[in-house]
Design a protein around this ligand. Structure first.
Ligand code: NAD
Ligand code: DAU
Length: 339
């Protein structure tokens, strides 16, 4: 099979490329990425010379370029990871989120229709369900919940999901959608909570915790997400939506304290800062459907995954130190200076 992985130089996309090449050496993987600030070609270096792998620099909103690529490659499956993915950036600058996350998805689906792709898989997020209250631990996100959104990022992802289901119903495009909770693991850009806290702790910099740090996220090790998508694109039912999550809820402050303990740094580095606008309180996934229908189960418990992740960031300082120079420094100053 010939599989297009968009956003393949980003965090989850690159982990998915590695997962697929290892698990299905008989398949061909084409990674497409615009190499925005979040995409890093360095990440794909270990697989660049693989015979069944190709990297293409390109923008999913570029209709002509996508048309050429789909015509040339004749993809069987498209897995769309490409997106603007950081909530804080969407609050600063929503426009590019709408362009990439909504219009880019439309361009890809038009090409999938035109060139007879057998499955278009949209990598969605649990943020499209809005949030859950902190005092109702009995509530979880299920696939049938109506969509709602708190940030321009989640609104753009919810819009894309709606568009995907509309293309399925109106045009008969074979689709699946997955909605996963917060991922962590190697190659995550250090603007996101876990790698940011590891990087700051290592540099003895303050750890900026939004509000009181009581917001809850449901953490999943990235490889478990990749395994779920792999199962969905091969065995998932056309037109279905699958939630992905491992029942691993933690308050942000507990995650931050765990990291400090693991790297041997004092809690005095924690600085409570101004809260994120519209900050979602709690995410929690009910993964019953993917478990019952496809037999998916997460394999990496948080205590093990966080240790592996910290070890990876300690062993790969060059990877993240390179990418946090330049544009990211300006972003960091702007986002955190007045908090
Ligand atoms: P990321 O920001 O690390 O990677 C996104 C990649 O997309 C980058 O390599 C970037 O260069 C590329 N990209 C951006 N705009 C593009 C464009 N116009 N054309 C082509 N490539 C473009 O994000 P991530 O955390 O790996 O997330 C990947 C996907 O998974 C996103 O769709 C996100 O919404 C979804 N998701 C993420 C999480 C999470 O916790 N990180 C959880 C659930 C779902
Ligand atoms: O739930 C899935 C989503 O998870 C994905 O769709 C998004 O692409 C991904 O970025 C992530 O969104 P979050 O907003 O949950 O992740 P982030 O790492 O930005 O923040 C996690 C929590 O930590 C959130 O409650 C905000 C808080 N936070 C974050 C940063 C960057 C802080 O307290 N301080 C910080 O500096």
């Amino acid at each position: 099979m010939n599989i297009l992985v968009t956003g393949g130089a980003g965090f989850i996309g690159s982990n998915f490329v590695f997962y697929e090449l290892e698990k299905h050496p008989e398949d061909r993987i084409v990674a497409l990425d615009a190499l925005t600030y979040a995409g890093n070609l360095e990440t794909l270096k270990p697989v660049m010379d693989c015979e069944n792998f190709r990297f293409v620099k390109g923008d999913i909103t570029d209709r002509e370029a996508m048309d050429r690529l789909f015509a040339e490659e004749g993809f069987d499956i498209v897995v769309n990871f490409a997106a603007e993915s950081h909530v804080d950036r969407s609050i600063e600058n929503p426009g590019v989120f709408l362009e990439t996350n909504i219009l880019g998805t439309q361009v890809l689906m038009d090409q999938a229709r035109k060139h007879g792709v057998k499955r278009f898989h949209q990598v969605g997020t649990d943020e499209v369900y809005g949030d859950l209250p902190l005092d109702r631990p009995d509530l979880f996100f299920v696939e049938t919940m109506p969509l709602t959104a708190s940030s321009p990022y989640s609104a753009s992802k919810a819009s894309a999901d709606l568009l995907v289901m509309a293309y399925h119903r109106t045009f008969g495009l074979p689709v699946t959608i997955s909605r996963c909770s917060n991922n962590y693991g190697p190659y995550q850009f250090p603007e996101k909570l876990i790698p940011l806290m590891i990087a700051n702790a290592m540099a003895d910099k303050e750890l900026p915790v939004y509000g009181e740090g009581l917001n809850v996220r449901d953490w999943l090790y990235v490889e478990d997400h990749c395994k779920a998508i792999d199962m969905i694109i091969r065995e998932g039912k056309d037109g279905e939506i699958y939630n992905i999550g491992g029942h691993n809820e933690r308050a942000n402050i507990d995650v931050v304290k765990t990291i400090l303990k693991e790297v041997g740094k004092p809690e005095s580095l924690i600085k409570y800062v101004k809260d994120r606008a519209g900050h979602d309180l709690r995410y929690a996934i009910d993964p019953t459907k993917i478990h019952d229908e496809l037999g998916w189960e997460p394999e990496t418990p948080f205590d093990e995954g966080i240790k592996k992740t910290i070890r990876w960031y300690l062993d790969n300082e060059e990877w993240w130190k390179n990418i946090i120079s330049g544009e990211y420094q300006q972003y960091y100053e702007k986002m955190y200076a007045d908090r």
